[in-house]
Design a protein around this ligand. Structure first.
Ligand SMILES: O=P(O)(O)OC[C@H]1O[C@H](OP(=O)(O)OP(=O)(O)O)[C@H](O)[C@@H]1O
Ligand SMILES: Nc1ncnc2[nH]cnc12
Length: 185
């Protein structure tokens, strides 16, 4: 499906996302999913449509990225009947961890996961709310792959294609699956 087809099909959900200019720094158009989350029917439709875009049999485990990604990952985990692993921001996990630093559209950060949470050969679906530069998703994939997981699909509500994340994921052997596309930055 082309970006234009996707946008037309999901225009009802796209309308629920607010854009805040110049947040968190000048020049960034912040695509705010909090307004979609406020709408119960809209959030249910979001999860139902995302769940319909993947075969549950192709997934062993879901990986959610803190913080907004957890909301989407938890709902998808329920919808698909799969367990989930939390990729957390630094120093939040109590057990032994492995972590990776990464660059964002507007800064840098670090995510970590528990050692032993993922088994070698497990097919892990990476889930976040939004794909921008792809730095976060690629860091998550590198973390999971470093533990032997197979990461070949990642799912998001929103894609910002002009920031290049979808292309970077594809080049890294990860199919980006997204519901809504916002052109421009
Ligand atoms: O594709 P990228 O350029 O990496 O950007 C996308 C990431 O940025 C946002 O998270 P943020 O780091 O702002 O954290 P939050 O979920 O805690 O708000 C968003 O939820 C994604 O995780
Ligand atoms: N433009 C943007 N809007 C919302 N979340 C983001 N995360 C990275 N870039 C973003």
């Amino acid at each position: 499906m082309t970006d234009a087809d996707l946008t037309a099909r999901n225009a009802d959900l796209k309308a629920l996302i607010r854009t805040i200019p110049d947040y968190p720094i000048p020049g960034i158009q912040f695509r705010d999913v909090s307004t979609l989350l406020l709408d119960g029917a809209g959030f249910r439709a979001t999860i139902d449509r995302l769940a319909a875009m993947i075969e549950a049999e192709e997934v062993d485990l879901i990986a959610g990225i803190e913080a907004r990604g957890f909301i989407v990952a938890a709902a998808l985990s329920y919808a698909l009947g799969k367990g989930k692993v939390m990729l957390r921001k630094k120093s939040k996990l109590p057990g032994a961890t492995v972590g990776i630093d990464y660059a964002l559209e507007y800064g840098t950060d670090r995510i970590e996961m528990h050692l032993g949470a993922v088994k070698a050969g497990q097919r892990v679906l990476l889930v976040d709310d939004l794909l921008a530069t792809g730095g976060t998703a690629l860091a998550g994939a590198a973390l999971l792959r470093g533990q032997g997981a197979i990461v070949d699909k990642a799912m998001f509500i929103v894609d910002l294609p002009d920031l290049g994340g979808a292309q970077r994921l594809t080049e890294a052997g990860i199919e980006p699956i997204t519901l809504l596309v916002f052109a421009g930055h």
